[in-house]
Structure formats: structure tokens, C-alpha cells
Design a protein around this ligand. Structure first.
Ligand SMILES: Nc1nc2c(c(=O)[nH]1)N[C@H]1C(S)=C(S)[C@@H](COP(=O)(O)O)O[C@H]1N2
Ligand SMILES: [Mo]
Length: 232
């Protein structure tokens, strides 16, 4: 299906979506500085890697990016379905979520629109603890995320299963605000931030990759900022 023809979730800022989609088609923001894109350039080795990925600039504030809908989900109404290729599909409510292992992570985040923010302190449930709870079935290789605003995105299982990834409910010691995806969002810091679904309500493990909202509109399927995988 041509992504242009696909129905947008109700209330989405259509103009914003269209211009980002055009940027993807035109390859805007690409610097060509990523290793592998610049023949002859010596790739930075382990330990000498700069902190800022190619084409990014550091910001001190915390920009808000989404489709323009910021669903109000209370902790009381919160439910997260985890299903697909798992032995034990679950619907987590807030109390259950709090009973799962809780950890803190500090990481840098990188948005495809070129801002990076250092040292974000999140807390929540580490993804491996979620995997222990639901127990994957053989064949699970991809993960799809669905959010309350209709947004979707996708990850390879190995990109999701990393210990630094969180189901995050707090940021800098305070409950995650609604604009940043509270009560619960995904945080996958090693990929561009569009992969980190805010207001997540369903996680589905599958054997087939299912490109999400931006992935069908020209964004890269994986989105590694170090390889400058903005579009593709
Ligand atoms: N549910 C939902 N999650 C989303 C988005 C969205 O529109 N809806 N936008 C993504 C994009 S493109 C970015 S850059 C980050 C922005 O997160 P922030 O607003 O906390 O900075 O959220 C990602 N997760
Ligand atoms: Mo984004």
C-alpha cells in the first residue's frame, strides 16, 4: 500500500507528517559522515567513538515530538497488552507494572530531526524482566508497538531485548509527563527516538517485521544514529 494513501489516525497534524515524509524522500538532514558512507574515512574505533552521532547537535532542553495528539491516560486506566509469540500473554495494569523489577538507566537520546540530549535518567522495568514474565516462543524475531495516539513502530527482537532498554514511567526522578509519553513509554536509546513509543498500549512479538508509522513513510527500518540510518 502506498503510504500516502494510508489513513492517518484521527486528529494527526497532517502537514507535519507530509513535510517529514518529503524530507525522507529528499534525504534531507543527511551529512554522509557516517562510517561506511564516507569511503576513505577511518572509522573511529571502540573507545574513541565521539559522543555525538553524525549530523546531530546537542540540546539542553527536552523537545516534544509526536503526531500532535497527546492522549491523557491515567495510571488507573493504564493497561499494557503484551502478546503474540509468547507463552504467557499478559495485560499489565499499573499495580502489576510496579511489582516487576524496577531499575534506573542514564543514557543519551538522539532524534532523527537532529537533536541529541545527554544524560537522561529514566526509571522503569528493564525489557529483559518483561521477557522473563511473558517467555518468548521460538520464532519470535520482531516486535511491534502500538500507542494510544494510533502511532506504531517496530524493532528487531535483538534491538528490543537489550538490558539498557526500559518500559519507562519516570524521568529525572519524577513521573513521566504526558507530553513525553506518560504514564509509560518505551526507551531504546541506541536507536533514533522515533523507535521509542510514547503512551504504549500494546507490544506484540512476531515472526515477521511489520513497519510502523514512520517506517512506511520513508524512515529507515532500523534507525541506528551512528550509521545515520535516518531514511531508507
Ligand atoms: N505514541 C507516540 N510515540 C512516539 C511518537 C508519536 O508521535 N507517538 N513520536 C516519536 C518521535 S518521532 C520522537 S522523536 C519521540 C519524541 O519523544 P519526546 O517527545 O519525548 O521527545 O517520540 C517517538 N514516540
Ligand atoms: Mo522524531
Amino acid at each position: 500500500m502506498a503510504p500516502e494513501d494510508e489513513a492517518l489516525p484521527e486528529g494527526v497534524r497532517r502537514k507535519l507528517v507530509e513535510s517529514k515524509q518529503r524530507w525522507a524522500r529528499e534525504g534531507r538532514l543527511l551529512t554522509g559522515q557516517a562510517p561506511g558512507q564516507a569511503p576513505g574515512q577511518i572509522p573511529a574505533g571502540e573507545g574513541s567513538r565521539p559522543r555525538l552521532p553524525p549530523g546531530q547537535r546537542r540540546v539542553a532542553d527536552f523537545p516534544v515530538l509526536d503526531l500532535g495528539l497527546q492522549p491523557a491516560v491515567t495510571r488507573e486506566a493504564f493497561r499494557l497488552k503484551v502478546e503474540g509469540l509468547v507463552e504467557r500473554p499478559v495485560t499489565l495494569d499499573w499495580a502489576w507494572l510496579q511489582e516487576l523489577p524496577q531499575e534506573e538507566r542514564v543514557n543519551d537520546i538522539h532524534c532523527v530531526t537532529q537533536w541529541s540530549r545527554y544524560d537522561n535518567r529514566w526509571s522503569g522495568v528493564p525489557v529483559p524482566a518483561l521477557l522473563d514474565l511473558v517467555r518468548l516462543k521460538p520464532g519470535a524475531a520482531f516486535v511491534s508497538f502500538e500507542a494510544h495516539d494510533g502511532y506504531t513502530t517496530n524493532l528487531r527482537l535483538d534491538d528490543f531485548a537489550r538490558p539498557e532498554n526500559l518500559l519507562a514511567h519516570s524521568w529525572e526522578g519524577r513521573p513521566l509527563t504526558r507530553q513525553h509519553g506518560g504514564p509509560l513509554r518505551i526507551v531504546v536509546p541506541h536507536l533514533y527516538l522515533w523507535k521509542s513509543a510514547k503512551w504504549v498500549r500494546r507490544i506484540t512479538f512476531t515472526n515477521r517485521n511489520q513497519p510502523g508509522f514512520w517506517e512506511v513513510r520513508g524512515y529507515h527500518d532500523r534507525g541506528d544514529p551512528w550509521l545515520e540510518e535516518r531514511y531508507g
